[in-house]
Design a protein around this ligand. Structure first.
Ligand SMILES: Nc1nc2c(ncn2[C@@H]2O[C@H](COP(=O)(O)OP(=O)(O)OP(=O)(O)O)[C@@H](O)[C@H]2O)c(=O)[nH]1
Ligand SMILES: [Mg+2]
Length: 207
């Protein structure tokens, strides 16, 4: 899938004032942290989901500890779209949360502007792998703590320390079920990616 300026042309669209910039954002994080929920909460198209029922034999493979109520899991990806401004459209790709689907990540990550790493403070270590993945590939990311009901709320600084994040990486609190909250996270990723891109350009021109 190509991302960039939309190529829509022709008389039908002649009155369109601006062609939107389309950007690809990944939504990653551990098993059951709320990735599918987040994409569904903001998508203005019916989100594509690839959910399969968690089978009893699968429970020995999939780490369902802490998310015992969960009956389905994403097996390929979630896909959704949101228009942030009339000239800015985001395509959201939710990654599968389980280790056995790692082989899909490189394909999903291609051409992405940045990523959201969703975290649950009750299972913080589940997002280490996603953070490592984006750090190693220099893909800009923000950490969004999904504040589940009943989970203890920790200050952002505590989460940042626990995840050993460099100071530039934004840490945000969110509710993956809430459209406005998720929009704030997505704006955060776009702004963070733009800031990093500007800084990289500057360091290239001054070196
Ligand atoms: N209370 C609460 N429940 C949530 C929140 N986000 C997700 N859930 C619930 O948590 C469960 C897991 O959410 P999913 O969105 O399927 O998680 P996922 O990260 O896509 O899971 P995998 O694809 O299996 O890795 C679902 O039952 C959601 O309804 C939240 O912010 N608060
Ligand atoms: Mg999912």
């Amino acid at each position: 899938m190509a991302f960039g300026r939309s190529s829509r042309t022709g008389a039908m669209h002649a009155v369109t004032p601006v062609e939107p910039l389309t950007l690809k954002i990944l939504v990653a994080g551990g098993f059951g942290v709320g990735k599918t929920t987040l994409v569904s909460a903001v998508s203005e198209i019916r989100p594509l989901r690839t959910e399969e029922r968690l089978s009893e034999p699968g429970r020995t493979i999939d780490d369902t500890g802490g998310v015992e109520g969960k009956t389905t899991t994403t097996v390929a990806m979630d896909f959704g779209r949101i228009t942030l401004r009339e000239d800015l459209v985001l395509y959201l790709f939710g990654t599968p949360g389980q280790d056995r689907f790692w082989f899909l990540w490189d394909e999903l990550a291609q051409g992405s502007l940045g990523a959201v790493v969703l975290a649950d403070t009750r299972r913080l270590s589940d997002c280490f792998a996603a953070i490592d993945y984006f750090e190693r590939r220099e893909i800009p990311f923000v950490v969004a703590v999904n504040c589940f009901d009943g989970a203890e709320q920790y200050p952002v600084v505590t989460v940042r320390e626990a995840l050993d994040l460099v100071p530039e990486v934004p840490v945000l609190l969110c509710d993956a079920r809430d459209r406005e909250s998720v929009k704030d996270v997505l704006v955060g990723v776009v702004e963070h990616a733009m800031t990093l891109a500007r800084a990289r350009r500057q360091s290239l021109t001054t070196s």
